[in-house]
Ligand binder design. Structure first.
Ligand SMILES: [Zn+2]
Length: 87
């Protein structure tokens, strides 16, 4: 099932959508394992949850600190999230 999920709001990891074989969907983070399970709209719920306070706070921090120095050794998905946050 292909659906474009936003990165995990907690760790920035890649998220996957699963059909739980009962007609419901689970969306979970491949990295930290957080999930939204057993709903008909897990994909919508996941992408809505990605706009939580933590995500908005990070986006604000990057917007206000364009020269913010990043730690070394970030993974590609982490760099993608930072690029998205910086807009
Ligand atoms: Zn995660």
């Amino acid at each position: 099932m292909a659906y474009d999920l936003k990165p995990c709001p907690f760790c920035g990891g890649k998220a996957t959508l699963w059909d739980d074989q009962t007609g419901l969907l689970d969306a979970s983070c491949d990295e930290c394992g957080c999930e939204i399970a057993g709903t008909v709209s897990a994909h919508i719920d996941w992408n809505t949850r990605a706009e939580t306070t933590a995500y908005r706070l990070l986006r604000h921090i990057f917007a206000e600190n364009s020269a913010l120095r990043l730690p070394e050794g970030l993974a590609d998905d982490e760099l993608d999230l930072i690029k998205e946050l910086r807009g």
